[in-house]
Design a protein around this ligand. Structure first.
Ligand code: FA5
Length: 329
């Protein structure tokens, strides 16, 4: 190709280019390192001196001019691009706004807060204890020595730590001991929190769930006080007179012990609370004067309470983060 042909071809190509990418391609093809102009300059070696001079000059002028032409077309295309974008993205202030979606508290949190409010109104304080505790608080201080069959029932995850082995608490009852070690009766408290058990899950059993521990100690607190309190709590919580069944139970840290069932709307009994009169062993663990104090303790299953309140038939729904489920509450 000679220089005149090249000029013609280059300008035709530039005319055809309709976007920045195509222009860059033309630039490469004509002026680039492996471009057509370079080929022409390379082939000059077999020409006479006069021809070399002429073509060389001609090529230089073309290079300068074509560079300018490329630049000019690029600018035009850029301008076109932005004015098109501006048109497309024009802000229409008359369009209705988009509502921000706000979330709400998880049903378990809602029920926990309602429960706390009721107990507070009945004179109870709210305290917390550690979720990862040591064996002493979860078992020994609660009258469950090594080898006691209750330990098998409450198998859990153990964690190695510098201060000795620790475990994910199997119930909130260890908070009783933590609190008693630091406080003298009379008092009434609740201690809500998460607990963990080695458990096959089903619709009413989770391997992690929530309990609300309660503890009331004074000089003459009786089973009658407990029964009245828990009935009052249920009536307030469900907003109606609730049918409740109190059975004898067994816990190493209460004597006597009870289990409390509530009748659901469709007539089924569901176990909701473990409870009893505080065992003398605990007063000893806490360093209290013997035979001076008596009181009751209880542990309510928050998940089951939530299920009864909202008619949820499977506890696992509370934990699988399915918004279609959670949005209903
Ligand atoms: C206890 O955990 C005792 N610490 C309760 C207690 C406290 C007794 C104070 C005496 C004095 P239990 O394992 O029964 O007891 O659990 C208490 C409640 O937690 C049950 O009634 C039930 O409502 C709930 N619960 C127990 N296991 C599960 C589970 N796997 N999933 C969901 N809720 C559970």
């Amino acid at each position: 190709m000679d220089i005149n042909q090249l000029k013609k071809e280059a300008r035709q190509k530039l005319k055809k280019a309709s976007n920045l990418k195509e222009i860059e391609k033309v630039e490469q093809e004509i002026l680039g390192k492996k471009g057509a102009l370079r080929d022409i300059l390379k082939s000059l070696s077999d020409k006479s001196l006069a021809q070399r001079k002429k073509i060389g000059q001609d090529a230089n002028v073309f290079k300068q001019n074509f560079t300018k032409e490329l630049k000019k077309k690029k600018a035009v295309l850029k301008e076109q691009h932005w004015s098109r974008k501006k048109k497309e993205e024009k802000l229409d202030l008359t369009q209705p706004g988009q509502k921000l979606k706000t979330g709400h508290l998880h049903p378990l949190t809602q029920v926990l807060r309602e429960t706390e409010d009721i107990f507070k109104s009945l004179g109870f304080g709210v305290v917390e204890g550690p979720e990862v505790d040591n064996e002493y608080y979860n078992f020994d201080a609660l009258n469950i020595p090594a080898g006691h069959p209750s330990r098998d029932e409450w198998d859990t995850l153990w964690v190695k730590s510098k201060e000795g082995d620790k475990l994910l608490r199997t119930h909130t009852s260890p908070v009783q001991i933590h609190f008693m070690e630091n406080n003298k009766p009379p008092f009434r408290i609740i201690a809500p929190g998460r607990v963990y058990r080695h458990e096959d899950t089903n619709k009413s059993h989770g391997f992690q769930f929530y309990q609300i521990e309660g503890l009331m100690i004074g000089e003459d607190i009786s089973v009658a006080n407990f029964k009245a309190l828990i009935q009052e709590f249920f009536n307030q919580f469900f907003g109606r007179s609730v049918e409740m069944r109190m059975r004898t139970g067994y816990f190493p840290f209460t004597e006597p012990s009870f289990e409390i069932d509530i009748k659901s709307k469709d007539g089924e009994w569901l176990e909701l609370v473990g409870a009893g009169m505080v065992h003398p062993h605990l007063y000893k663990s806490a360093g209290y004067e013997e035979r001076k104090w008596q009181g009751f303790a209880f542990g309510i299953g928050l998940d089951r309470l939530t299920m009864l309140k909202y008619g949820i038939d499977d506890l696992r729904l509370l934990y699988n983060s399915d918004l279609r489920f959670i949005k209903q509450f």
